[in-house]
Design a protein around this ligand. Structure first.
Ligand code: FMN
Length: 355
């Protein structure tokens, strides 16, 4: 059997294969609401045969959005459309997951196709961004507001309430976004976290918010449902967060009941040099898996069936997250099965195209 198509059971959820659609912001929402775009975008990847489909970053609060057009899960009224989407995904044999996110200092921007620049807080569609410390991400950007204790409590409460909404919306997997320079990552990193209270300074202090968010989410998220955390395993920067820090964090999160670490990298240091090449982040999935014993996901420039299958076969990761290749071809899993000579069920409507 092709490793890519072996099922993966985590807690009481079984994925039919090891292909996960990686979260991808669509910047296509108004006031955080999902719409027909999300239904078709996510739904077609379920039809295309992926085992797990994780939504784009869904903001846990309005101020936690990257742009005013981000998907949100900060209002009970967001649940209805999300429920329709999870219903469709589950009806077509995939599992629906949601990525819960807070952009922190990377909030209040325009969509990438409109330049991706920060919107100053006093301008239309802009607001004051929040962060561990009042340090902007990019040169010349407006400094964020350093969160006070009440602000940190609100962040935790927002993640918890969002997790409760995720249950109501029918999601079976939650992934917490602790990567790419967004709020949780900003706390983890000594580059962006210069706090002198119990949330800054030592490693234990910098990981505190992530750990507390996991604990808060666990208060409502069913014990039998998987909880993933996406991290940036390295910042590719001298003096920044390292792969060894990631292993240490993974051990703590494993003890807290996190099931899988989705191993990405970068995003918190504006000009970090990232050695891009096929599978360039797989080494982190392997290291974290081997040194902490937690399940890991590999992501980043994985584009072929053979490459994905080999990562699993070599025991370097447990799950393959695909982003851009799934945009190029929503039916990648069906094609991959064919290439790996593995028999999978096609949607009956498409069967005449199978051979
Ligand atoms: C259009 C687009 C939107 C993305 N949005 C998110 C996001 O919401 N959350 C996230 O963790 N990563 C996001 N990413 C990163 C991807 O999930 C993935 O980690 C990255 O693209 C590398 O994988 P790939 O080489 O398969 O594209 C996005 C990537 C793309 C291309």
């Amino acid at each position: 059997m092709a490793h890519l198509f072996s099922p993966l059971k985590i807690k009481n959820i079984e994925l039919k294969n090891r292909i996960a659609v990686s979260p991808m912001c669509e910047y296509s929402s108004q006031d955080g609401f999902a719409n027909e775009w999300h239904l078709v975008h996510l739904g077609s990847r379920a039809v295309g045969g992926a085992g797990l489909i994780i939504t784009e970053a869904a903001a846990v609060s309005a101020e936690g959005r990257i742009t005013f057009a981000d998907l949100g899960i900060y209002n009970d009224r967001h649940i209805e459309k999300l429920k329709e989407i999870t219903g469709f995904i589950h009806a077509h044999g995939a599992v629906a997951g949601v990525q819960l996110a807070h952009a922190g200092r990377k909030a209040s921007h325009v969509e990438p196709w409109n330049g991706g620049k920060q919107i100053p807080s006093d301008q239309k569609n802009g607001w004051k961004a929040l962060a561990p410390s009042a340090i902007p991400f990019g040169n010349g950007e407006e400094a964020p507001l350093a969160l006070d204790k009440a602000g940190i409590e609100k962040v935790k409460a927002d993640f918890k309430t969002a997790a409760a909404r995720a249950i109501a919306a029918g999601f079976k997997v939650i992934e917490l976004h602790g990567a790419h320079g967004y709020l949780l990552h900003q706390f983890l990193s000594p580059v962006s976290n210069k706090r002198t209270d119990e949330y800054g300074g030592s490693f234990e202090n910098r990981i505190r918010l992530t750990v507390e968010v996991v604990e808060a989410v666990k208060e409502v998220w069913p014990a039998e449902n998987p909880l993933f955390v996406r991290i940036s395993a390295t910042e590719w920067t001298e003096g920044g967060w390292t792969a060894d820090d990631s292993v240490a964090l993974a051990k703590v999160l494993k003890d807290k009941g996190v099931d899988l670490i989705d191993c990405s990298s970068g995003g918190n240091v504006a000009h970090a040099k990232i050695p891009l090449k096929p599978g360039y982040q797989v080494e982190f999935a392997e290291k974290i898996k081997k040194e902490s014993g937690i399940l890991t996901g590999a992501v980043g420039l994985i584009t072929t069936a053979y490459q994905a299958n080999e990562i699993l076969q070599e025991g370097e990761a447990d799950l393959i997250f695909l982003a851009r290749e799934m945009l190029r071809d929503p039916h990648f899993p069906l094609r991959a099965a064919h290439e790996l000579r593995h028999e999978v069920k096609w949607p009956v409507q498409y069967e005449r195209a199978k051979w």
